[in-house]
Design a protein around this ligand. Structure first.
Ligand code: SF4
Ligand code: SF4
Length: 243
């Protein structure tokens, strides 16, 4: 069986993102996520360079790989031409593939993304479909979001948008044959298998935690738990940690 390091090396983002790290910390200095979260891309790259599977496994199971915003600011400054953001992408994909994402609070949120933004692609042809957002999941938006959703047609038409109608322009209805084509693209490129894998590992974890998880949808205990859970250990303001 291939080692975790070998599996990472099969991901072109990993090969491109980590050539040789001199542990200088410039990436951490420029990283906006490091400013806010208990996160340090320099440390992650330095750890991975040890090629130790136990270290890699603990990263795959940790919250830390889910803090990166994938902004790629780190690419612009690294004196060695590394891109820690790409390395993080490869770590995330391997964690998703092997199911290790279920072992961390932020990792378990993969199910929430899959069942909302991910499934929207097949249902509506858009990953972000404002009318599909459940306002009860976004109390931080106050009553504004609910108003926008309940008055989508009037609101978008005031902006000159042909909302939910076939034709051209933003927010148009995506025809069924185009959505079927999208689904086929996901099937042949491995996207569908990837999303099913998130489901399977989440179901296993829900069973292990003895928390009900329905086959579909967001109105169930496991989904709400992973969506709302917050240990308070993620940000510097919560824990007072500095890189
Ligand atoms: S800036 Fe580049 S060389 Fe420096 S710690 Fe980050 S990845 Fe390593
Ligand atoms: S891509 Fe990730 S690691 Fe790189 S600067 Fe942006 S948030 Fe930081």
């Amino acid at each position: 069986m291939k080692s975790l390091y070998e599996q990472l090396r099969e991901d072109v983002r990993f090969v491109e993102g980590l050539k040789a790290c001199l542990n200088c910390g410039v990436c951490t200095a420029i990283c906006p996520a490091a400013e806010f979260y208990n996160y340090d891309p320099r440390k992650i790259l330095n750890e991975i360079q040890k090629k130790d599977d136990e270290i890699i496994k603990s990263l795959l199971k940790s919250d830390v790989i889910w803090y990166c915003g994938e902004c790629m600011s780190c690419k612009t400054r690294c004196p060695r031409g590394n891109t820690p953001g790409l390395v993080i992408m490869a770590l995330r994909s391997l964690s998703q593939k092997l199911g290790y994402f279920t072992e961390s609070e932020k990792g378990r949120q993969q199910l929430a993304i899959k069942r909302t933004v991910g499934e929207n692609i097949f249902k509506y042809g858009y990953c972000v479909a404002t009318y599909a957002v459940d306002p009860s999941l976004h109390p931080e938006q106050g009553p504004v979001w609910e108003f926008i959703i309940n008055h989508s047609k009037e609101n978008y038409e005031r902006l000159g948008v042909k909302f939910d109608e076939l034709g051209e322009g933003p927010m148009r209805k995506i025809p069924d044959d185009a959505k079927e084509e999208l689904k086929k693209i996901f099937d042949v490129t491995g996207g569908t298998k990837f999303m099913n894998n998130i489901e399977e590992h989440s179901k296993r974890k829900a069973k292990e935690m003895n928390i009900p998880l329905s086959e579909k949808g967001i109105k169930n205990e496991y989904f709400i738990k992973v969506y709302t859970e917050n240990s308070g250990n993620h940000t510097k303001s919560e824990t007072g940690k500095q890189s």
